[in-house]
Write a protein that binds this ligand. Sequence first.
Ligand code: UGA
Length: 423
Amino acid sequence: MKLAMIGSGYVGLCTGIGFAAKGHDVTCVDTDAPKVSMINRGEVPFYEKGLQENLRKFLRKKTFRAKVGMRDVPAVDAVFVCVGTPADKKGRIDLSYVAAAAQETGNYLASIPSYCVVVVKSTVVPGTTESVVVPALEKHSGKKIGQFGVCSSPEFLKEGKALDDFMHPNYVVIGESDKKSGNVLKKLYAGFRAPVIRTNIRTAEMIKYAANAFLATKISFINEIGNMCRQRGIDAYTVADAIGNDKRIGRLFLDAGCGFGGSCFTKDLSALISSADAYDPRLLEEVLQLNIRQRKRIVDMLKGKMQLKNKRIAVLGLSFKPDTDDIRDAAAVDVIQYLRDEGAQVVAYDPKAMENTRKVHPDITYADSAREALAGADACLILTEWDEFKKLGEKDFASMKNRIIVEGRRVLSGVAGSEGICW
Ligand code: UGA
């Protein structure tokens, strides 16, 4: 099939390259001309495992290209809306990119005679496709829904594993305005070995939020249990390993620590909560609050052991999770701020995320290695479970001034003086 992705960010590019790998012809569209040139040169504007090699492969095969705007894209079978849905200052969803993409798609629909399905992949609160996207498509195309198709098909890609998640989804959701629209997507997903859930559009939109809200809740749940474990000298990981054997619970997403970060969980939970109008979703509010407290908690643990003013604190791990340079909503960004508020001197190290962190915290010291950060440090915090930190041993910590190590992620084994936030 011929496909277009509007928005060549993380979701658009991963989905586009994924569909190219499945044998489809894909055009990724963006408003950012330098970004489009970069993609056409075979360079991915962010780090994601395997993406660059595949981009180059399909550029060479001429089954993939990027363009500025939809204007000269030949008629496609489906347009995927993959633009960002950031949070505004109050945590509500900002739909300005979605509205602009819908307008552009409407203009495009006006220019092609063939049937085309518009698929919303951007994460939007339930009701958005019907109340914002469809009216814009009808207005700018001069056509009525039915003359073109509309679907919602949320993505469940994890950073660092996006291509693999695309190729091997746990399930595929098709929210359809009518059977004809949904059938186009069903055909597109026919090559995937995954259950397909066909439903209406607003249910599909809610499925995405329910999935992220559940995962975030699981993490805050185990952090709550972990905080109580720690007070009683109990290892939260032994508890998680045990209850994880129960199929109703499952072991995944029960790693206690300094909480969740990244571009999705906090943003999506805030958007869902603020869209709830006549209902007060207190459980989800507490999931977010506990996550914020977890970041303070690790600094409070240090404060309980020492004065932080003018002390050298090594922070190992800056990205929101390993194998990415992404620091969006990363625990480290807040933790460093709290340390600085206490007058501490922060020396940070991360294998990939220092360049991004420098933009937010330009005034701290950055080390070239974990060992360099640890040299002369009064204390150390570990905030991302990078593989290279798992290899740190006694001799790496030997040059610390004081042996105070608090792990926000469980990475060390048997290093004297280390303790965990929840264990
Ligand atoms: C998350 C979801 O896992 C994807 O399914 C979803 O598609 C994506 O959001 C999205 O909405 O776009 P991602 O943000 O890439 O994916 O990251 P995760 O691997 O889910 O990790 C999120 C955070 O939770 C990380 O900071 C991680 O360290 C933390 N986490 C995860 C824990 O603290 N404990 C765990 O047991 C698992």
